[in-house]
Design a protein around this ligand. Structure first.
Ligand code: GTR
Length: 437
């Protein structure tokens, strides 16, 4: 998605601030967007390995039993909101199967998932491509899409979404509905051939099936937030990102029952706002084996306290529906947050996480995305993994680094490219023990 605020300015990256204690909390803040590393106010990050009461988290058990639940609760209370409890189990129906899709290369399956277990309630449609020449069950990538399942490939067999979507002439979306001209408009973001050739399935869901992406979208018929009612105290109720992330977990519920998919090897992936969503889904739901954030920026991989590019105030103003009400308390007041986004990544530990930035995507603060990964590392190490594997500094352009935490900054703009997918496939091969390490 484009933002008028995305600016192309020269990259200047400073040294990594590695010591929490030496940074001072920011005081008076300028309101203009900062794109100059030298102008970023100082800040102090919360220590992921210190309990809210100050007690040190000394071992894996203390992380697992005490600090991880605490951090998760803090993110729910202050950032993304709480999911509803005790939702009924999903039910589903396979609505189409074509064993000779894409010229015989793949099996295409479409599944309607009834999110609250009944056919007259909210539903989402999963589109799945399975490689025909691979031994089943296969590992999979699961990611939400921005413009309907039909947008990810020109395959005429994909059912055209009937859901509300943002009108866009270039994408053939007229009066908030997709048309035949919408087919395959996002093909470039889904490296279908590469994914299938490497023996992975691809599963995707239109995020608007859960909730249309505008401030009042939660009030629309079929939106999961309106159908689920209130989950908790005002202010801590789930926002749209919470609802989309919940949808990813429901998609995984379905994948667990699909005998062609190895549900223990599902990588959840997302771009931009859907990268924030993938991180939040992966942080909460430990069934996701790998989590991939593509250019997720503010409220995703990048540090909230670092005022570079988009800020908390800015995102809460432009997209008041994405986060919980309490998150607005941190407008221009990030230092008061009990968490920061490195702790979101720490919630994923010890599972592999990959963070990708783009050089021209300064709005998303590439350096802040790298720093989150770096500052999540103590938790990865405590849990016995290598984390970034000795990487101390942000790497140069197009030089992927890392072990359990992967990172790259690619040449170019805010987007998902074949280059990004190549890195995700290598990372997944390595962690799913397919091919050479
Ligand atoms: C921007 C927003 C970003 C990012 C992006 C996207 O307008 O400011 O946080 O999520 O949209 O989703 O493409």
């Amino acid at each position: 998605m484009k933002s008028s605020n995305r600016k192309l300015v020269p990259l200047t990256f400073s040294l990594i601030a590695t010591c929490f204690a030496t940074m001072n909390t920011a005081t008076a803040q300028p309101k203009e967007t900062i794109y100059d590393e030298a102008k970023v106010p100082q800040y102090t990050l919360p220590d992921p390995l210190a309990m809210a009461d100050g007690a040190k988290v000394a071992d894996a058990q203390a992380w697992r039993e005490k600090r991880r639940p605490e951090v998760l609760r803090l993110f729910r209370e202050h950032v993304y909101g709480h999911n509803p409890q005790n939702s009924p189990a999903i039910t589903w129906e396979v609505t189409s199967t074509d064993k000779q899709a894409l010229g015989g290369k793949a099996t295409r399956r479409e599944v309607s998932v009834f999110l609250l277990g009944k056919k007259d309630g909210p539903k989402m449609d999963i589109l799945i491509y399975l490689p025909n020449n691979a031994t089943k069950p296969v590992p999979a990538f699961l990611g939400m899409n921005f413009d309907g399942n039909h947008s990810i490939h020109a395959d005429p067999g994909i059912t055209l979404s009937k859901q509300w979507m943002r009108t866009n002439n270039d994408k053939g979306i007229v009066n908030n509905r997709a048309t035949e001209a919408s087919r395959g408009k996002s093909t470039g973001r889904w490296a279908m051939d590469k994914i299938l050739d490497r023996g992975y399935a691809l599963a995707t869901v239109y995020y608007g099936d859960l909730e249309p992406d505008f401030a009042e979208g939660h009030k629309m018929a079929g939106s999961i937030r309106s159908a689920s009612g209130s989950a908790t105290t005002p202010g801590a109720e789930w926002g749209a990102i919470g609802a989309w992330a919940w949808g990813l977990s429901r998609a995984l519920d379905y994948l667990q029952s699909d005998k062609d998919i190895d549900a223990k090897r599902v990588a959840v992936m997302g771009h931009s706002r859907l990268g924030k969503t993938a991180l939040w889904a992966g942080a909460q739901d430990e069934r996701f084996a790998i989590v991939i954030s593509n250019n997720s920026g503010e409220g995703g991989a990048s540090l909230s306290r670092r005022r570079f590019g988009e800020t908390v105030e800015r995102i809460n103003t432009s997209f008041p529906h994405w986060f919980c009400g309490n998150f607005k308390k941190y407008n221009n007041n990030e230092g008061a947050l009990p968490v920061d986004q490195h702790m979101l990544m720490a919630l994923i530990a010890p599972r592999p996480v990959y963070v990708a930035s783009a050089a021209e995507d300064l709005w998303a603060d590439p350096h802040g995305e790298f720093l989150s990964a770096k500052h999540a590392e103590p938790v990865y190490k405590l849990l016995g993994t290598e984390g970034l594997g000795g990487v101390e500094r942000m790497p140069g352009l197009d030089q992927p680094v890392g072990k359990t935490i992967g990172y790259h900054i690619r040449t170019g703009k805010h987007d998902v490219t074949d280059y990004d997918w190549e890195q995700y496939l290598k990372f997944a091969d390595r962690h799913f023990k397919r091919g050479r390490p």
